[in-house]
Design a protein around this ligand. Structure first.
Ligand SMILES: NC(=O)c1ccc[n+]([C@@H]2O[C@H](COP(=O)([O-])OP(=O)(O)OC[C@H]3O[C@@H](n4cnc5c(N)ncnc54)[C@H](O)[C@@H]3O)[C@@H](O)[C@H]2O)c1
Length: 404
């Protein structure tokens, strides 16, 4: 039994592999793998009256979720340090109660869980603060920026028993849901190779509009690309549940840009191109780039029996290929979430699915699909990749944060 087989993740992983083998032995459960068969997931229906009272913090990206539209959720309070952003949150979520900071909000005993949509460098601190005050947490990506922070979050989560979920949008892009269904049904054959990438030109640069706010540098000024790996790593970890165990990463620089010459991260890199090795012996090519002509999050998955190509900014179409047969229509998954939430607020229609999964995990008292172990398995490899780029791509081992 491999080391990761002893982890909670591997229980999930084994379940996936066992389902896959069973499906191969008995013939596919997704008969014909038509778009209709792929979308044939039971429609969600409400089975509990339990209500989760959530606090939402961070009125930028944090206004794009669906808490107030879920029948099992009430937005109890919101918070942002910037008053106008706090008002935006109140408007979006129809919420009267507002606090001037997360630190004040977490003192409210009426709140069960907190949605942390603050700056990336504060995620670990804010997650730990919330949990130490007895709140479940859903946090924006990445989970943390250092290995020490990963260990601290794991310690607090395991000591308190509270639920943690990372709001990784790539996990619920509809192409990823499709890839997960194909994988769990064994239709890829053996999933040998995957490529995942996230391109967002301008991030970190001194002249980018997100680098400055109110005359001050924001956290995005000079931000290291490989410390934002989860949109890319999520495409593999969130499908096969494999663990990334080694990495070699090449970073490229942006000479003459103050953003990458003087920043809080001592980071000179504007792009990162990494080659990972998984615990199943598979290669995974993974890019995060701020300084190339390309845009968006995208993946392609290659198995021995099928290949799935996401559509992309470059004009690439969605294609699912089997020998002698191609499918060009994306399955429709809207019926998996409550009716009022069935509209697109960005990132491949993923936001309603993230909101729904977190609330249902709390209602059903189970770990969310992107639990802390999955979240760290998507986040930590980037931290090590970043370290590798300072060593000209030397291959480094990636520590595990799974259950020992
Ligand atoms: N696809 C995705 O998953 C995706 C997309 C966009 C952003 N994000 C992530 O979401 C997070 C937020 O992004 P953003 O663009 O809105 O960032 P931002 O810097 O614009 O907003 C962060 C907000 O948090 C507030 N804040 C910080 N500390 C606080 C505290 N203690 N109490 C109350 N409010 C506090 C700030 O005032 C600010 O308004 C980031 O981590 C980012 O990485 C993810």
């Amino acid at each position: 039994m491999s080391k990761t087989d002893r982890t909670a993740h591997a229980r999930l992983s084994r379940r996936g592999f066992m389902q896959a083998s069973a499906a191969v032995a008995s013939g596919s459960m997704l008969a014909g793998a038509t778009p209709q068969a792929l979308a044939d997931v039971p429609a969600w229906r409400q089975t509990s009256d339990k209500v989760i009272r959530i606090g939402v913090v961070g009125g930028g990206f944090g206004v794009t979720f669906h808490w107030h539209e879920h029948p099992n959720c009430v937005v109890e309070a919101v918070s942002d340090l910037i008053p106008e952003r706090c008002e935006r949150l109140q408007g979006r979520y129809n919420c009267d109660k507002a606090y001037e900071s997360l630190e004040k909000l977490i003192l409210d005993p009426a709140i069960d869980a907190v949605a942390v949509f603050t700056e990336a460098p504060n995620h670990a601190k804010h997650t730990i603060d919330c949990m130490e005050h007895g709140k479940h947490v859903i946090a924006a990506v990445p989970a943390c920026l250092t290995l020490e922070e990963a260990a601290e979050i794991k310690e607090v989560k395991e000591r308190t028993g509270l639920k943690y979920m990372m709001a990784e949008t790539s996990h619920y892009r509809w192409e990823t849901i499709t890839a997960r269904r194909l994988f769990e049904d064994g239709l890829f054959g053996r999933l040998v190779y995957c490529e995942g990438e996230y391109y967002h030109p301008g991030i970190g640069a001194a002249d980018d509009r997100l680098s400055m706010r109110g005359g001050e540098r924001t956290w995005r000024w000079g931000y290291p690309p490989m410390l934002y790996p989860t949109h890319s790593t999520g495409f593999l970890v969130g499908v096969s549940r494999e663990r990334l165990v080694k990495v070699s990463c090449i970073g490229t620089r942006k000479p003459g840009d103050l953003g990458f010459e003087d920043n809080d991260y001592d980071n000179p890199f504007a792009n990162g191109m990494a080659m990972f090795l998984t615990d199943q012996g598979h290669p995974f090519r993974c890019n995060v780039c701020w300084d190339i002509h390309g845009h968006g999050e995208r993946a392609q998955w290659f198995g021995t029996d099928a290949a799935l190509y996401m559509d992309g900014w470059g004009g690439q179409p969605f294609v699912l290929q089997f020998p002698g047969r191609s499918i060009n229509t994306m399955p429709d998954y809207w019926h998996m979430v409550p009716e009022d939430m069935r509209y697109d607020t960005g990132h491949g229609k993923s936001h309603p699915f993230l909101s729904h999964e977190f609330i249902m995990a709390l209602v059903e008292d189970r770990e969310p699909d992107i639990d802390l172990y999955e979240s760290l398995a998507m986040t930590v490899p980037g931290i090590v990749a970043h370290a590798s780029s300072f060593k000209d791509g030397e291959q480094l081992d990636i520590p595990s944060f799974d259950i020992a």
